[in-house]
Write a protein that binds this ligand. Structure first.
Ligand code: SAM
Length: 292
């Protein structure tokens, strides 16, 4: 087996050899602990029949662990300075393809069709650039990229919000948007010391697994997320108050909202943070009928 990229000594050697300096604005905090990498890859349950999409390979620390376990890795890296580095560090692996592109601009479905269509399932495995954690996850979900799941490192605070249950402080529209599509669990909490340079925030690995069925039948998913967002605009306000001011087009009349709440058996005095996804689904369906 090849020597791991992700030891502190080897990482320093690679950075010096290529004269690479970190760009904080691109969320460049590289992993320097092979145990963490083995753990991340273990949670992804990869086989040679799995195609993996990685976001932000950096100098290839996680990429090589994925490459050893999966059929193929397609890695999107925005920083062109890392391309020659990756060419060097990943030269022993013939199942890795690096694409020099901003993941948020990429046509991921097209890349899957072109490069990963032979595989039984597709998984995202990544140590994400933290400044765009939520947009990246939402891109994959809203574009309906056919994933088995995602195993992704992120700020612990965001992982807590994604996995939060109703009635807790962290529960909000992000919990609802993601739990609508995916089962979500924090797979591990990760100390700052395993990164170079160390990030300012605590980290966690989140495991998302696609739900076989959405938890509730909704007429319009985008509208469900709008209703959820609108219900948390001011957390201390009631559902009725929040929805009156936050629903789109200013069309939400108090009577319409009361009617929809009544129809779904949800008390107007409740706060958004107490509603389950199922309740948000039913409420958004009732409101949708009022407005469309
Ligand atoms: N995977 C490496 C590791 O674990 O050591 C690096 C992870 S580092 C937290 C995030 C990586 O994402 C960096 O390599 C950075 O250049 C890259 N990146 C930042 N913004 C990106 C974007 N919009 N699209 C693709 N890659 C991006």
């Amino acid at each position: 087996m090849n020597k791991d990229i992700a030891t502190p000594i080897r990482t320093k050697e690679i950075l010096e050899k290529h004269g690479f300096s970190f760009k904080k604005s691109l969320g460049q905090n590289f992993l320097i602990d092979p145990n963490i990498l083995r753990n991340i890859v273990g949670h992804a349950e990869l086989t040679e029949r799995t195609g993996v999409i990685e976001i932000g390979p950096g100098i290839g620390a996680l990429t090589e662990h994925i490459a050893r376990a999966a059929g193929k890795v397609v890695a999107f890296e925005i920083d062109g300075r890392l391309l020659p580095v990756l060419k060097d560090t990943l030269s022993p692996y013939h199942n890795v393809e690096v694409i020099n592109q901003d993941i948020l601009e990429a046509d991921v479905q097209k890349i899957i069709d072109e490069k990963l269509s032979d595989y039984d399932d597709i998984v995202v495995v990544a140590n994400l650039p933290y400044y765009i954690t939520t947009p990246i996850i939402m891109k994959f979900l809203l574009e309906r990229i056919p994933l088995r799941g995602m195993v992704i490192m992120m700020q612990k605070e965001v992982a807590d919000r994604i996995t939060a249950e109703p009635g807790t402080k962290s529960y909000g529209s992000l919990s609802i948007a993601i739990q609508y599509y995916m089962d979500a669990e924090v797979a591990m909490i990760v100390p700052k010391t395993v990164f170079m340079p160390q990030p300012n925030v605590e980290s966690a690995v989140l495991k998302l697994t696609k739900k076989a069925e959405p938890p509730v039948d909704v007429i319009d998913e985008e509208f469900l997320f709008e209703v959820a967002r609108g219900s948390f605009v001011q957390r201390r306000k009631t559902l009725l108050n929040n929805l009156q001011t936050s629903l789109p087009d200013g069309k939400a009349k108090k009577e319409d909202i009361l009617l929809a709440l009544n129809e779904t058996g949800i008390e107007a005095a409740r706060r958004g943070e107490t509603l389950t996804i199922e309740e948000f689904g039913k409420l958004s369906n009732a409101l949708y009928r009022d407005f469309h």
